[in-house]
Design a binder for this molecule. Sequence first.
Ligand SMILES: [Mn+2]
Length: 423
Amino acid sequence: MLISHISDIHLGYAQFNLQEREEDLYEVFEESIEKSINEHVKAVILAGDIFHNPKPNGASIVRLARELKKLKEKSISVFFILGEHDISRSNDVPLPYLFHNLGLARRLKSDSPVQIDDVLIYGFNKERRSNVDNGLIKPFRKLESIIKSDELKRSIENKKLMKILVLHQGLVDFNKFAGEISSTDLPVGFDYYAMGHYHDHIEKRFHNINNGLVAYPGSIDLGHNEPISKAEKGFLIVDISGSSTTAVNTHWIKLEKRRPQLPYYVHYPDLDTQLNHIIQESQSYSKKPIVDLQVSGMNIDQKMMARQLLPLENSTLYYNWSITEGEPSSTSGYSYDGTEGFDMDKEMSELILKSLSSKPLTDLSLDLIQSFNDDSESGSNELLDKNKKKQIAHFLWKFYENHKSSYINQNLSHSGSRGSSEQ
Ligand SMILES: [Mn+2]
């Protein structure tokens, strides 16, 4: 049986505040549904961050409903969990539950699984770092024992069921600083761990969970907190069946209707020739691309360069440029092609640790940076935009107050390691 595993859709998000980018996302999501239908999947799993905002705009609600209706007409079931972007801080009923109530999709639960053919599916909504122990780790251990005794019963009856667990969490195994749980926390007994949260495509089997496959399909388009790059995006089609003796198989399906995002590194004296090249390349795509231009050189007249770049306006949807002094270097900028094992969080943490000489303060800084970057914490972002120092200070203090215990605990346990560069 085939199941589609789609994650981090962020419907309603408009990169660079452009309506075209909001529309792009609907089109790419529609492509993922169309491809799922063409592959004859039995079910679609949406692994969280369905909407970009807990109070989504009308268009994103309507466009999601349209796709869910298409799937229902083909008798394809849809199961979902919530990501942090779907969850309101005011404890309001999450909007995706509307689709559950209308019978267009089913929300997954951690205690009572849904069954489709010979596959059982469990799911947990996103848990914030501060509630991981009570919200995930403890329920994981309970789930493990339930599954064990269930399996014992079934083995007597000689029936085999495959099991999927859907989560919207970061594993520290893949990103030490963005993760909330470790692969060793995961409950044993599942054949496939359908993950959401990380925006890159990652797949790995772990020994401690009996070689169960942990997979992130990645976000369906570049945008939220992701730099302009040629990264490809897609979703997973999972081949899982209780009757077959083979392990779970996955196929990552690339989404082709995406708008190109092109980073360029140009040496200033070559700008005119390169500009022609960029314009030509831009015109070869059906959708006008997004271009990021990094220009290197000495004593560049910014006003003049801005004028030189004006022809880009017609051939791109959006372009962005920056100047780096000195020689061109593809590693000096933030655009990174992923080949050299660079880890942004690790680099940042090392820099912060160096300047603060304190592990607890470094952790606090990293959590704050993540919190500020997180659009779902809209309260904080609005404050930042207005640049009101007093309110920012108030927010920082509140953040500290709410998370104080974890920093104080760390402070005690790390009291002898001030300034050490432990990871
Ligand atoms: Mn996301």
